[in-house]
Design a protein around this ligand. Structure first.
Ligand code: FMN
Length: 360
């Protein structure tokens, strides 16, 4: 069987062509647990938050909370970042002992403290170094090695095709392409035409990434462009049921409608999970607000005060007292539709700021 354009691990096709895209400060154990539960375990692949390969030895790396995962989370990948080929290889060897299903190199992080130091998207300015890292890591581990990149550093330096050529030449298992440049950060829209171009030239599976917020959106890009799958980041905060909705649509089943009361249950469950995994209530409140900030954008824009109410809660009790009001939304004719958002900033294309987020 030709697996070359499908997401495959250990000779098996991944059950759904979806990836929960790694997000530092978001996709930790409790969040992944929540998403798995709300998705009825119908998602494809999970990836850890990224872990730095600088300044820590193998022992401390293996004990970082970012690399912990459970059997139920498989197929699971651990993502590493850095700029030094030897250190990246040593970190990969240490991580291999934890037996994830794959290891991923990050060549997409735009934040100055990573990209500015030559790691993450900084590697797109120095492709020979990226190649050296891949070669060094590849020869040190047996696990499949994947790569996540952006289109290039800025619009004058779009080099994703060169990145693809390196990935193919050096035995990368699959390439995830976020359809923005580093300088763009998260502004504007992901360029799916470009992602499609990469996918059509590629001999390895290409996973498209950027701005997927609905099951229909995911199906649209999978039908329009020859990607092997989609990676979804912020959309999972906006609509934590998205992966089961995609699996349903992909298998020709009816799309599950989400009611406001399910959103409140999601907040409660998330809180419970965070405490179960050892979070302090104050830290958990911050995470609840992080979820609410995106999830509540699915409420009719006529009621912005509800989202605002949640976000200014000083205590977990106040947060849940306010969230309870949400349960009656449907009966009051206030609609909650996770599918309603046009883009991840909650704006229409006319309103969106196409400027750059970072300096060149
Ligand atoms: C808060 C936050 C943290 C992120 N952390 C990571 C990370 O650790 N590794 C990574 O490869 N990408 C990271 N990303 C990028 C996402 O994985 C994804 O590529 C990007 O958000 C575009 O996809 P989306 O439009 O579906 O969110 C992060 C994004 C956000 C918003």
């Amino acid at each position: 069987m030709d697996y070359s354009k499908k997401m495959e691990l250990s000779g098996k096709i991944v059950k759904s062509p979806t990836v929960l895209s790694p997000m530092a400060g978001v996709t930790d154990l409790p969040f992944r647990h929540l998403i798995r539960e709300l998705s009825d375990n119908r998602m494809g692949v999970l990836v850890s938050e990224f872990v730095s390969t600088d300044g820590c030895d193998a022992f401390s790396l293996k004990n970082r909370k970012q690399v912990l995962f459970f059997e139920e989370e498989r197929p699971f990948g651990i993502q590493i970042f850095g700029r030094n080929p030897r250190r990246m290889a040593e970190a990969a060897m240490a991580i291999e002992e934890l037996s994830p299903d794959f290891i991923e190199i990050n060549a997409g992080c735009p934040v100055p403290k990573v990209a500015g130091k030559g790691g993450g998207a900084g590697l797109l300015k120095d492709l020979p170094r990226l190649r050296d890292i891949i070669i060094e890591v590849k020869k040190s581990i047996k696990l499949p090695l994947t790569l996540k990149c952006r289109l290039g550093w800025d619009e004058e330096n779009i080099n994703v095709m060169e990145t693809l050529a390196i990935a193919e030449g050096e035995g990368i298992h699959w390439l995830t392409v976020h359809g923005r440049t580093r300088v763009q950060g998260y502004n504007g829209f992901a360029d799916w035409e470009k992602i499609g171009e990469v996918a059509s030239c590629a001999k390895i599976p290409v996973i498209g990434n950027g701005d997927i917020v609905s099951a229909k959106g995911a199906m649209h890009v999978m039908k329009t462009y020859p990607v092997a799958g989609v990676a979804i980041g912020r959309g999972a905060l906006h609509n934590p049921w998205l992966f089961s909705q995609i699996a349903a649509l992909y298998n020709g089943e009816e799309l599950l409608a989400i009611q406001a009361k399910e959103a409140v249950s999601a907040f409660l469950r998330y809180y419970e999970l965070m405490l179960q995994y050892g979070a302090r209530p104050e830290a958990a409140l911050g995470r609840l607000k992080q979820l609410a900030a995106r999830l509540c954008k699915g409420i009719s824009p006529a009621y912005p005060e509800f989202r605002q109410d949640l976000l200014v809660s000083q205590t977990v009790e106040a947060f849940f007292a306010r969230a309870e009001k949400f349960i009656n939304f449907e009966s009051e004719g206030k609609i909650f539709e996770p599918e309603r958002l046009l883009n991840l900033n909650g704006k229409t294309s006319e309103e969106i700021n196409f400027g750059q987020q970072f300096k060149r």
